[in-house]
Design a protein around this ligand. Structure first.
Ligand code: PEP
Ligand code: MG
Length: 329
């Protein structure tokens, strides 16, 4: 399996005019495929959704169970960057053994909000990630659903606390603990207006375009009645994504994107045109996106982007994308 992915995704992913784009995988579900892609040595994991193993259990996994789980993932691709996201439950992702009843779950107790209110859950998870990373250098920690600078400060403080605890342990065992990179998901619209402040606090940004679309358009991403309104190609969403990459570049913070749009041909081209150079997607989209990128050029992606940004609707954006992709075969 790993060899197959290697030959599919391992080629340099470069546009015809020499613009290099890194592809990474979103992991958490079919770990075999995902870690096989990562261990091909060419792609890292841009998003490891830790809530998935939590959701498959009947109780919270213990710290040592988590260490074993995370160690396996980190060791599967020791030379590639692996971004582990802290528990992102609540909203559409319930934990059977931690029921939450709310009228507006997507606006409620989810992601970082829940774990900051339960620092014991957060600390166990961070310690587990750090213990799993002993002797390795590829761990990045990513915080979901950040909506304010205060949440980052609080989470950082807890990460520091866990780091000192695990570092102490590591010192006794004469092994080194590498400091992980700390990043945040950009998926709540408020952070678009706080990027200069946030840039000073974190090592990287990762755009969660699925939630950003839901919150920017005020459309529940799982409500079939309004499904036709939920669309990441809405020109307002595209403008937000463009704005983020420009600001991130200006503040010299590495930025990647891990929402569904990154794994779609038209989306990948638009994102490249905006300036994104790291796209993280489901493993089964890697091959397709790799092919698309090698068959387009940056200048054309930029003109496609200009048309998209000035469109009136996502239907019009689709029209421009389809015209372009058809021309490119
Ligand atoms: C997102 O919101 O875009 C994202 C990648 O996270 P999730 O889909 O797990 O909420
Ligand atoms: Mg999200």
């Amino acid at each position: 399996l790993s060899e197959r992915i290697d030959s599919e995704a391992g080629e340099a992913c470069e546009t015809q005019d020499g613009c290099h784009v890194s592809l990474m995988v979103n992991a958490g579900l079919s770990t075999e495929l995902e870690t096989a892609s990562a261990s091909s040595g060419q792609v890292g994991i841009g998003l490891y959704r830790t809530e998935i193993p939590f959701m498959l259990r009947e109780r919270f996994p213990s710290e040592s169970e988590q260490v074993a789980l995370y160690r396996k993932i980190l060791e599967s691709a020791p030379n590639s960057e692996i971004a582990m996201r802290t528990l992102d439950v609540g909203g559409d992702k319930p934990l059977p053994y931690f029921p939450i009843t709310e009228e507006n779950p997507f606006l409620g107790w989810r992601g970082i909000r829940l774990t900051l209110d339960h620092p014991e859950i957060f600390l166990v998870q961070i310690r587990a990630m750090l213990r799993a990373s002993i002797g390795l250098k590829n761990l990045s920690i990513m915080l979901p659903m950040i909506s304010s600078v205060a949440e980052v400060n609080e989470a950082r403080r807890l990460v520091e606390q866990a780091f000192f605890e695990v570092e102490e342990e590591a010192r006794h065992q004469n092994v080194t603990l590498h400091r992980p990179r700390l990043g945040i998901m950009l998926e709540v619209p408020s952070v678009l207006y706080q990027l200069p402040q946030l840039a000073k606090k974190v090592d990287f940004f990762s755009v969660g375009s699925n939630d950003l679309t839901q919150y920017l358009l005020a459309v529940d991403r799982n409500n079939s009645r309004v499904a036709s309104l939920y669309n990441s190609y809405h020109p307002a969403v595209l403008s937000a994504l463009y704005d983020i990459v420009k600001q991130a570049d200006q503040h010299q913070v590495p930025v990647s994107i891990c929402g569904e749009i990154a794994g779609e041909p038209g989306g990948a081209v638009l994102l490249m045109g905006m300036g994104y150079r790291k796209l993280s997607m489901n493993a089964f989209n890697l091959r397709k996106i790799n092919w698309v990128i090698r068959n387009v050029n940056l200048t054309e992606a930029q003109s496609l982007l200009s048309c998209a940004l000035t469109s009136d609707s996502y239907e019009e954006v689709y029209h421009h994308i389809n015209q372009y992709l058809e021309k490119r075969g």
